[in-house]
Write a protein that binds this ligand. Structure first.
Ligand SMILES: [Zn+2]
Length: 306
């Protein structure tokens, strides 16, 4: 067995939602955000419609999910954030104004971290166990920063498809890994002028179902990342319902939250040898931040995410 899950489960599955609302647009394109009602309204579909559709879906499915919420969203859409909290879902940190960390030095990142934690505490009364970096952009010093601020886990990296650990000077940080294949934005998010076509929900259902079917015997941790302004659209809610319904036909799947996965990883009976290996937070940065930077400079014509 490649990774041991609780109660003899064979794999784990998490639905996660990054509730960005307008925050990422304000960070990446502040000039345009002052005048483009079109772009703002596209994102406001998330708090206005998407979140409640998702909450109703999760209620129908009797499923707890993980929501990662920027401080900006908690300040500007508090009612929706409180409904998420009061429905019993996990709330994790997701930047303040959705700052892509590649744009920040360590001191700026520390300040942004304090700001977002203060807002989540004051607005929602939440001290998050988990962190997901905006746009999955992580600096080599970020894991140690998360440890210093008491986070149990990060969920922004792609170095495995089961939980693993990032070594930091502050001790190991649990990683609940993500991957592009299981993100709604590259598949569904349309950016005017970009060459990516909007995906057919049927095709996405097939892709995600195939990934799940292949990860399950590998004892994988299937973490789906969706955005209320993207996946809150009617046919995509139906897609999520179909996906979970079909996944539930497979025996031995632990449907849970990122936090529960991280708690299991931290507390599980010592699996020896460590099945997922360990990674040091010293790897060179991936190419994605550079693409994000050029996208911002070019006015966001590239298929920018979130
Ligand atoms: Zn985001």
């Amino acid at each position: 067995m490649r990774y041991r899950w609780p109660d003899g489960k064979q794999s784990a599955a998490v639905l996660s939602f990054d509730f960005d609302a307008e925050s990422g647009f304000y960070f990446r394109e502040p000039e345009k955000a002052r005048r483009s009602l079109g772009d703002l309204e596209e994102r406001r579909f998330g708090p206005r419609v998407g979140v409640d559709r998702i909450l109703r879906l999760l209620d129908r499915l009797k499923l707890r999910a993980s929501f990662f919420i920027p401080g900006w969203t908690a300040e500007h859409h508090p009612a929706e954030c409180l409904r998420i909290r009061d429905a019993g879902h996990e709330i994790g940190a997701h930047g303040n104004v959705h700052e892509a960390l590649g744009f920040l030095d360590e001191a700026q990142e520390e300040r942004v971290m304090r700001e977002q934690l203060d807002i989540l505490q004051s607005r929602l009364g939440v001290r998050p166990a988990g962190y997901r970096s905006p746009s999955w952009d992580v600096n080599v010093w970020t894991p140690a920063l998360l440890k210093r601020h008491g986070f149990l886990y990060d969920s922004s990296l792609m170095g495995n498809d089961v939980p693993y650990e990032i070594d930091t000077p502050e001790g190991p940080l649990t990683e609940v890994p993500v991957q592009w294949l299981l993100d709604d934005a590259p598949l569904f998010r349309h950016v005017y002028g970009a060459t990516n076509a909007i995906a057919d929900p049927g095709r996405v259902l097939q892709m995600w179902s195939k990934e799940f079917a292949a990860m399950h015997p590998e004892n994988g941790c299937f973490v789906l990342t969706c955005h209320p302004f993207v996946s809150g659209r009617a046919s995509r809610i139906a897609l999520l319902e179909d996906l979970v319904t079909s996944m539930r036909r497979t025996r031995g799947v632990w449907f849970t939250t990122c936090e529960e996965v991280a708690r299991w990883h931290a507390s599980r009976p010592a699996a020896k040898p460590a099945p997922a290996g360990r990674a040091a937070a010293t790897a060179p940065r991936a190419s994605r931040p550079a693409r994000a930077a050029s996208s911002a400079r070019s006015g966001g014509r590239a298929p920018a995410r979130r």
